[in-house]
Design a protein around this ligand. Structure first.
Ligand code: SF4
Ligand code: SF4
Ligand code: SF4
Length: 365
């Protein structure tokens, strides 16, 4: 398995992402092989770290199976946190100065099993979602081919600990895969929304021990949330970049460092789309609800009045047999009318709005 003889070997089988339990699947399928291979690496201490409540049977003498306090988490990408688990202490991540620790005592389940390829969970708009086997050094083009992704391709997000967005213009860039999770993005994905979801996750995972990691991520989340609420300011991108550069320098562990990388990579790859939300108050993908408007198409509306009942904000004008009209100043973009209209007469619009009557007029048919 290529593990150098050390006083201690720590093999981690706790997934970083709950929805991408690649390492856990490997553990379940190859428990005996993993234990036997670890046994052969005779060292003073050998640990196998498993997720909370994960039972492992027939553990040979010489191997200690330690249960992590949770079933998944970014913290298990941190060697210091893994070491803490072996000491039955709280799994807190520790200082890396922006670099992942490289102590060769730490081995992955893939290394133990001698798997040359990287098993990665592909999510998002991939046509075939699930685990794909990829070369460790690969390109976005090869990844798309492996998951048989079709249609518009906008970009990719590489999960923790890589933490990086790339755009369609980087299709041929060689990438060293160090994550179990990739998300495929297409034109129906809003980068601002995707970025906010990632940063929210870092905010949730933050242990709170360092100001730049903890507060920095919280600030990024708040600024991004404001932009989704149409409260973005022209200086926001510059501010978030400055904050991210500080986080890279000052965070106590790579969780804060990686969150900063995510932010910087999103700006590098999709600056114009982020700016469009701030300056033009437009979400090209039609995802950010505050940027979307709802409209009733005159030639589709049958005047059934169902939407009026569905709208709790009394934002729809009309009566039976009249083409209905949405009052934009009253509409809260809740989307209830869209679901209520069986005629599919109600549509969402981004920057380009359909032409609609200003007041209700009798239906022609
Ligand atoms: S960067 Fe975040 S997770 Fe890491 S030590 Fe600081 S607060 Fe904790
Ligand atoms: S928009 Fe739809 S639900 Fe509303 S009156 Fe017209 S057809 Fe009926
Ligand atoms: S989106 Fe909501 S608030 Fe707006 S018109 Fe439809 S139901 Fe009313």
């Amino acid at each position: 398995m290529g593990v150098r003889m050390k006083d201690i070997i720590i093999c981690n089988a706790v997934p970083i992402y709950e929805e991408a339990p690649v390492v856990l699947t490997l553990l379940k399928e190859h428990t005996e092989e993993i234990l036997n291979t670890l046994m052969k690496e005779a060292v003073n201490e050998c640990f196998l770290i498993v997720p909370k409540n994960q039972q492992v049977k027939d553990i040979p003498e010489g191997i200690r199976v330690m249960e992590a306090p949770t079933t998944s988490g970014f913290t298990y990408g941190n060697h210091s946190a893994l070491l803490k688990v072996t000491e039955n202490e709280k799994a807190i991540p520790y200082c890396t100065n922006g670099q992942l620790l490289t102590d060769s005592s730490f081995v992955t389940v893939e290394e133990v099993l001698g798997i040359d390829k990287k098993k990665v969970y592909i999510g998002g708009k991939a046509r075939i979602k699930g685990v794909c086997e990829l070369n460790k050094r690969t390109t976005p083009e090869e990844i798309l081919e492996a998951c048989k992704s079709q249609g518009t391709f906008k970009g990719m997000f590489f999960g923790h600990p890589m933490g990086r967005f790339i755009s369609a213009s980087n299709l041929k860039e060689e990438i060293l895969l160090t994550t179990d999770y990739i998300e495929i993005l297409d034109d129906s994905d809003c980068i601002l929304n995707s970025l906010l979801r990632v940063i929210e996750r870092y905010d949730k995972e933050s242990c709170g021990r360092c100001v730049f990691g903890h507060e920095g991520v919280a600030q990024l989340r708040m600024i991004l949330t404001d932009i989704t609420l149409k409260k973005g300011k022209a200086s926001d991108i510059e501010l978030m970049l400055a904050l991210s550069h500080e986080m890279q320098q000052q965070s106590l562990c790579e969780i804060g460092y990686t969150a900063a990388n995510v932010m910087i990579s999103a700006v590098e790859a999709f600056q114009s789309e982020l700016e469009e939300h701030i300056t033009k108050k437009n979400c090209m993908a039609g995802v950010c609800s505050k940027f979307v408007t709802y409209h009733i198409l005159a030639d589709m509306c049958t005047g059934c009045n169902e939407c009026v009942d569905a709208c709790e904000d009394d934002a729809i004008l009309g009566k039976r047999k009249f083409i209905h009209v949405i009052e934009q100043d009253e509409c809260t973009q809740c989307g209830a009318c869209l679901k209520a209209c069986e005629e599919e007469a109600i549509v969402k619009a981004g920057a380009v709005k359909p032409r609609c009557p200003k007041k209700p007029i009798p239906c022609k048919n």
